[in-house]
Design a protein around this ligand. Structure first.
Ligand code: SAH
Ligand code: SF4
Length: 398
C-alpha cells in the first residue's frame, strides 16, 4: 500500500461509479448526451434542460428534472451521476467568514479526490467566494503558505465549478433550500448570497488557463449560475503570456499580485518575477483587453514589515501605475507558523495608504477577515495535506 493510500481517508461517500454531469460546459454536456445515443436534433434542447436543472436549480437527482421525460431521466441515471464535491469540514469565524475543506469527487478509481480550501466572505451588500484553481501551487512566493504545499495538481473545470455549487448549497442558495439561521448571510431584494468570485484561493489560475476560462464561462452563464463577469476576478502572480488571453477569451476582471516596486525585491518575494519582470508585467496590464476606468485592474500589495512598506515605495507604486486604470489593494500580511515575515505596523500601513489615497485611489486597505479560522489570503493549505505530510515523515523515520 502506498503512503498516500495509508494516509488518505478511508471512505468516499461521493466516489462516483458513473461520470458526473455537474461542472460540465455546454459542449461537455452535448458530448455526454451523444455518448448515450441522443439524436443530434435533440441535443440543443436537452443541453438547455440539463443546464437549467444543474446550474439554476442545483438538483441532486435526475428525478427532479420535471420537464425531462421519464425514459430520458432513467437513461441519464443509468449512465451518469450528479455527484459533486462535498464539504468535509466547515469552520465559521466570529465575523461570519466560512472556510470549507472541500473534497472533490474522485476522477477515477485510483484517485482519492483532491482536497482544496474555499472561503466565503459575507458583507452587507455582497458575498464573495474565494475559490481555488489548483491543489497547492508551484510558484513558491516566499510569504505564501500555499506555496509550501508539496502536492500540486490542476483542478478540472468541474472541480472549480463545484466549489460554487457546494457553497451555494451550504448557504441555502438554490430554489427550495433554506439559508443557515445565523443572520450573517447577505439577503434582501437583489442581493445574492454569492455575488462575487475571486480566484484567490490555492493555486495560480493562469497556470490552469483553459479550466479557469471554462469555469468563468459556466459561472457567468445567464441561464444558470448567472454571475456577472465584472464580479469574477482572476488573481495572478504575473504569468505575462496568459494575461492577454484571459482578457480576450474570458472577460474576467484581472488582479495582479505586485507586492514590490523593484525587480530585485520582487524576484525574492514572487520568484516568477525573474521570468516576467515588472516592466513586462505592467505592459501586459496596459494592453489588457477591456480594462477601462469602469473596469479597473486591481493591484494587490501585501504589507511586509521593513521589507516593502516605506513611503518611498508607496510613491514609486503610484508612479509605476500611472496611466493604467487601477485599484490598489493593500493586504496586511497574514502570518502563518514559521513564516519569515511579519505584518507591517498599523501606523506604517496608514502612512503608505495615505500616499496611495492622496494619489486618487479610494480606501485601499483590505480588512482582514476570518483571521480566527486562518481563512485569509495565502493561509490556505489543507489540514489533510499536513496530516499526510506527517504520515510521510513518520514513515521516513521508521
Ligand atoms: N496565485 C494567485 C492567486 C492566489 S493567492 C496570486 O498569487 O495572485 C491570492 C492573493 O493572496 C495574492 O495576492 C497573494 O499574493 C496573497 N497572499 C499570499 N499569501 C499571503 C499572506 N500570507 N498574507 C497576505 N496575502 C497573501
Ligand atoms: Fe502561488 Fe499565489 Fe501563493 Fe504565489 S501567492 S505561491 S502564486 S498561490
Amino acid at each position: 500500500m502506498s503512503l498516500a493510500e495509508q494516509a488518505a481517508p478511508e471512505s468516499f461517500s461521493n466516489a462516483p461509479s458513473k461520470p458526473s454531469l455537474v461542472g460540465l460546459t455546454r459542449a461537455g454536456l452535448a458530448d455526454a448526451l451523444r455518448e448515450i445515443g441522443t439524436p443530434e436534433r435533440e441535443i440543443r434542447m436537452r443541453v438547455s434542460q440539463l443546464w437549467h436543472w444543474i446550474y439554476f436549480h442545483g438538483v441532486r437527482n435526475f428525478d427532479a428534472m420535471l420537464n425531462v421525460s421519464k425514459a430520458m431521466r432513467q437513461k441519464l441515471a443509468e449512465h451518469f451521476s450528479l455527484a459533486r464535491a462535498e464539504v468535509v469540514e466547515e469552520q465559521v469565524s466570529a465575523d461570519g467568514t466560512r472556510k470549507w475543506l472541500i473534497r472533490m469527487a474522485p476522477v477515477d478509481k485510483f484517485d482519492k479526490g483532491a482536497e482544496v480550501e474555499c472561503v466565503y466572505i459575507p458583507e452587507a451588500d455582497r458575498g464573495t467566494l474565494c475559490v481555488s484553481s489548483q491543489v497547492g501551487c508551484t510558484l513558491n512566493c516566499t510569504f505564501c503558505h500555499t506555496g509550501t504545499q508539496r502536492l500540486v495538481r490542476n483542478l478540472t473545470t468541474p472541480e472549480i465549478v463545484s466549489q460554487l455549487i457546494v457553497a451555494r448549497e451550504r448557504l441555502g442558495d438554490f430554489p427550495g433550500l433554506t439559508p443557515p439561521d445565523n443572520g450573517l448571510i447577505p439577503s434582501g431584494e437583489g442581493v445574492r448570497a454569492v455575488s462575487n468570485i475571486v480566484f484567490m484561493g490555492m493555486g495560480e489560475p493562469l497556470y490552469n488557463f483553459e479550466n479557469v476560462r471554462d469555469a468563468v464561462e459556466i459561472f457567468s452563464d445567464g441561464d444558470g449560475l448567472s454571475l456577472s463577469k465584472r464580479r469574477i476576478t482572476v488573481s495572478t502572480s504575473g504569468v505575462v503570456p496568459e494575461i492577454e488571453r484571459l482578457g480576450a477569451e474570458s472577460g474576467a476582471a484581472l488582479a495582479i499580485s505586485l507586492h514590490a516596486v523593484r525587480d530585485e525585491l520582487r524576484d525574492r518575494l514572487v520568484p516568477l518575477n525573474k521570468k516576467y519582470p515588472i516592466k513586462e508585467l505592467l505592459q501586459a496590464c496596459r494592453d489588457y483587453p477591456g480594462a477601462s476606468n469602469a473596469r479597473r485592474i486591481t493591484f494587490e500589495y501585501v504589507m511586509l514589515k521593513g521589507v516593502n512598506d516605506s513611503p518611498a515605495e508607496a510613491r514609486e507604486l503610484v508612479r509605476l501605475l500611472k496611466g493604467i486604470p487601477a485599484k490598489i489593494n493593500l493586504i496586511p500580511f497574514n502570518p502563518w507558523p514559521g513564516a519569515p515575515y511579519e505584518c507591517s505596523d498599523w501606523g506604517t500601513i496608514e502612512k503608505f495608504s495615505d500616499i496611495v489615497f492622496n494619489a486618487g485611489y479610494a480606501s485601499p486597505v483590505r480588512t482582514p477577515r476570518g483571521r480566527d479560522i486562518l481563512a485569509a489570503c495565502g493561509q490556505l493549505k489543507s489540514e489533510t495535506e499536513k496530516l499526510r505530510a506527517r504520515a510521510r515523515m513518520a514513515a521516513e523515520l521508521d
